[in-house]
Design a binder for this molecule. Structure first.
Ligand code: NCD
Ligand code: ZN
Length: 472
């Protein structure tokens, strides 16, 4: 007797779609195929008429705990994920305290005990914790995060010198470094000039952070990655311009991946008047030509994946007539899948294309493939059961995040996850959160397998030179 069979659904893989039952035992998929081939199971759940997608893997969420639990905590953040068909999240280190030492990683892990979905944890790579990176890797961070530009949390951006040494060390661990790729000094300079001139309307935020900040940062990070052999990931791609250094780096063989987020696909500068400071996010939402270019890049695979940058803040923190005083970011982990499925329903892309960008590619980039990111024998039974005909209207008051505010308010969506399973357990069922599952989520460290790292220029690295000097 196995645990569960999902019967009558249509399984979606990167290669296509097929009617198939899915058998689950001990949290993993043990068979996919015709009904008559399924082993006997204690429970059968009829999902006829629905599509079975690998649960989304969102490598960019901010769950705010410890430190800012009035915005979100691990219970509410992972509730939103479960409702959104997201079965694994990677959580960012800009909490209070930031996740920059082993002690602080332990604090983060204690907060994450409330998780309902599986998770990875980021360790900070900053100016003042270069000496901690190796210990953080040994203690089980799943990736590093480098803030090249200022954003929520006000963590100082590392100098290029510190970044180079950080990249040398990260390269030896094989762990990927995710980059907030906006150059701090350009933005600080411009914002100061704009503020001094009394310019404080919402679009001034774009003027402080024109696409050159992203182009410069992506280009610089890519050459540091190329020199050191570090693996890097460009977070929240917002501009047409930064696609060029990304494409060039990939062409040179740099191990670089990129993500974009729904706000850069569905919103443009035309929305600033309507949304006011609610739309403020780093990097900023830009022009329609940027959204068009990012859509093309996502569909061609140049941009590897969709993430959300789920960045909850309260309405009071978001709404301010002075743009510089409004907190940056908004929740997204619950709305990504319905928004993207709407584009599938409209014919912009196939479900197979979608699962590659929402699950397969993030799993590959962060070492979770083939255990996660696909529906197939041997994989974890992380599944979003989707009703492609379901129409909903996004409303902040119905979201499960503690932050009841979204720039997607009122947007009509077609297609929604009606059940979410994490390792074979329903964490969401019939559009309702399943109670009692805080603590079901596990950190992915024991299943993460990053390919053998290939650091370069090791004899020129600071660590090597300093070790030689000490030995002499
Ligand atoms: C994020 C946050 O609030 O933590 N804000 C944002 O505007 N994107 C930080 C970040 O990812 O830059
Ligand atoms: Zn960021």
């Amino acid at each position: 007797m196995i645990d569960l069979v999902l019967t009558g659904g249509t399984v979606v893989t990167e290669g296509g779609e097929a009617r198939a039952d899915v058998a689950i035992d001990g949290g993993r998929i043990v068979a996919v195929g015709l009904a008559e081939t399924m082993p006997a199971a204690r429970e059968q759940v009829d999902v006829a008429g629905h599509h079975l997608l690998p649960g989304a893997i969102d490598v960019h969420v901010h769950f705010r705990e410890p430190g800012y639990t009035h915005k979100e905590d691990w219970g509410t953040g992972t509730a939103a994920a479960a409702m959104g068909g997201v079965t694994t999240v990677f959580e960012m280190p800009n909490t209070n305290p930031p996740t920059r030492s082993v002690a602080e990683l332990r604090e983060k892990r204690a907060a994450a005990r409330k998780a309902r979905v599986d998770f990875g944890l980021y360790g900070l790579l900053a100016e003042d914790n270069i000496g901690e990176l190796e210990a953080l890797a040994a203690a089980g961070v799943n990736a590093f995060k480098c803030f090249m530009g200022n954003t929520f949390g006000n963590l100082p951006s590392p100098s290029t010198g510190a970044m180079l040494e950080g990249f040398e060390i990260a390269a030896k661990t094989g762990l990927r470094i995710s980059l907030h790729a906006e150059t701090a000094s350009i933005m600080a300079w411009r914002q100061e000039r704009l503020e001094a001139a009394g310019i404080d309307h919402p679009l001034a935020h774009v003027a402080a952070r024109p696409e050159i900040v992203a182009i410069e940062a992506v280009g610089r990070a890519a050459v540091l990655a190329e020199w050191t052999g570090a693996r890097v990931h460009v977070l929240h791609i917002s501009s047409a311009g930064e696609l060029r250094p990304l494409a060039e780096a990939k062409a040179r063989g740099v191990d670089i991946t990129g993500e974009t987020c729904p706000c850069y696909l569905f919103l443009t500068t035309a929305d600033y008047d309507r949304l006011g400071s609610v739309i403020r996010v780093n990097p900023p939402v830009r022009e329609a030509k940027d959204a068009d270019a990012i859509w093309d890049a996502l569909q061609s695979g140049l941009v590897d994946m969709i993430a959300t940058d789920h960045a909850p803040h309260t309405p009071e923190e978001k709404i301010n007539p002075v743009i510089w005083k409004a907190d940056c970011g908004f929740p997204g982990v619950e709305t990504q899948m319905p928004l993207m499925l709407t584009e599938v329903a409209k014919g912009r892309m196939s479900l197979s294309q979608y699962v590659k960008m929402s699950a397969g590619n993030p799993a590959r980039a962060f070492g979770l493939w083939p255990r996660k990111g696909r529906i197939g024998v041997g994989a974890d039974a992380d599944i979003a059961v989707v009703d492609m005909g379901r129409r909903e209207t996004i409303a902040a008051e119905r979201l499960h995040s503690r932050a009841r505010i979204t720039p997607f308010e009122g947007r009509e969506t077609i297609g929604a996850p009606v059940h979410t399973l994490v390792r074979g357990t329903f964490v969401q069922r019939d559009r309702t959160l399943v109670p009692g599952l805080e603590g079901h989520g596990r950190q992915v460290t024991d299943i993460q397998q990053m390919a053998q790292p290939a650091p370069r220029h090791v004899e020129e690295s600071l660590e090597y030179l300093l070790a030689e000097a000490r030995a002499a």
